[in-house]
Design a protein. Structure first.
Length: 377
């Protein structure tokens, strides 16, 4: 659309904001090198804080640290780093590449240059403290944030804190943070519901998980797959398999988008419990609805059959995995193949071994799973 607009001559006036959006889209569609070319070809009057910021964000998302740092220095020299946004991009980059000390350096620089913090600055800072498991500093940052009259903390801040406290085993503080997060949920955003369901599940609060679920369902005309995925995972983590089965059946009967990841959650749980028959029933029901399993769906079932030493069924599942949708990116988990190879050895079943090795060769994977095996005489 932007290419078409540009080709219309003077019909449209394209601003630097338009160019920033186009640069971001080019990077996503055509790659970073094309985005760089686009930026280089811009007239000087369109190379401002918006387009420089867009290029910085492209580098930040791609974790290209040296180029991001170079653009950031250019933005500083031109006076384009006067607000929090470019600093937030750089801090997120440093956090993602685990250079946590550089986040603190940027925070200090912002303070020295009187760059006003926004809520994202504080959220990144708090998350960085959590990543370093520095509770004392994290709590000090929260105190600084709450005393900042320009900041209204959002739900993200408190779910981040809850995650940290949960990791440290302080479930009481975690629950308090989740209550604070609930107060700050506004609008029609489904995302915080998914977080709350998972986080209440992590601290063992089954009743709270159902309370949030009911609130979720009353707030929207329908629940998307991600909501069911969060709820199902949480209930399984809590050991509420009866509830998980009810939620799964509710999803299966109400959705028109049969996401195999949801099927996989229940199947993998059954396989871990040694209930391969139940896992097979789940898959059969999914197929009856027209669902299309991914390779790892079949692999979960293969794992269950292997544990029960049902070699022929396990091999059929691996064969189905190799011929299912998304197979071009699939590589079977090494432990599954190793266990199958050992089962062939244990049963001295050369036909099954040959079938498995032929399948791996057809995928170009045989060298990844080489292991001492029974040799042919």
């Amino acid at each position: 659309v932007y290419n078409w607009m540009a080709a219309q001559g003077d019909r449209f006036t394209l601003t630097s904001s338009d160019m920033a959006i186009q640069l971001d889209l080019i990077a996503k569609v055509h790659g970073i090198s094309h985005a760089e070319d686009h930026f280089s070809n811009l007239p000087d009057n369109l190379k401002d804080k918006r387009t420089y910021g867009a290029l910085l964000n492209v580098y930040g998302q791609a974790k290209i640290e040296d180029k991001a740092e170079a653009i950031m220095e250019t933005m500083k020299s031109k006076g384009y780093a006067s607000d929090a946004l470019p600093f937030n991009v750089m801090m997120t980059l440093y956090m993602n590449v685990e250079e946590h000390e550089k986040v603190g350096m940027l925070i200090n620089e912002m303070k020295e240059k009187n760059v006003t913090f926004d809520i994202y600055t504080y959220n990144i800072w708090i998350t960085n403290c959590a990543s370093m498991e520095d509770v004392e500093e994290m709590e000090r940052v929260v105190g600084e944030m709450t005393s900042d009259s320009n900041i209204n903390a959002n739900w993200t801040t408190y779910t981040t804190l809850a995650t940290m406290y949960t990791r440290l085993g302080n479930f009481e503080k975690a629950e308090s943070c989740l209550k604070d997060a609930e107060i700050r949920m506004t609008g029609r955003d489904r995302t915080p519901f998914n977080y709350l369901i998972g986080l209440y599940g992590n601290i063992g609060k089954r009743e709270e998980v159902y309370r949030i679920w009911n609130w979720y369902k009353s707030s929207f005309p329908s629940i998307l797959n991600l909501g069911y995925q969060s709820m199902l995972s949480s209930l399984i983590r809590l050991g509420d398999m009866d509830g998980a089965e009810v939620i799964y059946e509710e999803w299966l009967s109400s959705t028109s988008s049969y996401d195999p990841r949801i099927c996989n959650i229940l199947m993998s749980s059954y396989v871990k419990e040694g209930l391969v028959g139940k896992a097979k029933d789940v898959l059969d029901g999914f197929l009856e609805k027209g669902g299309k399993p991914k390779p790892n769906t079949w692999e979960f079932l293969a794992e269950g059959y292997t544990k029960e030493k049902r070699l022929s069924e396990a091999l059929l599942c691996i064969k189905a995995a190799a011929s299912s949708e998304g197979v071009h990116r699939w590589r079977p988990r090494p432990t599954n193949i190793t266990n199958l190879l050992e089962l062939c050895k244990e049963k001295n079943d050369m036909d099954s071994l040959d079938m498995l090795m032929d399948l791996l060769r057809s995928r170009g994977l045989e060298n990844l799973y080489m292991t001492p095996m029974v040799t042919h005489d």
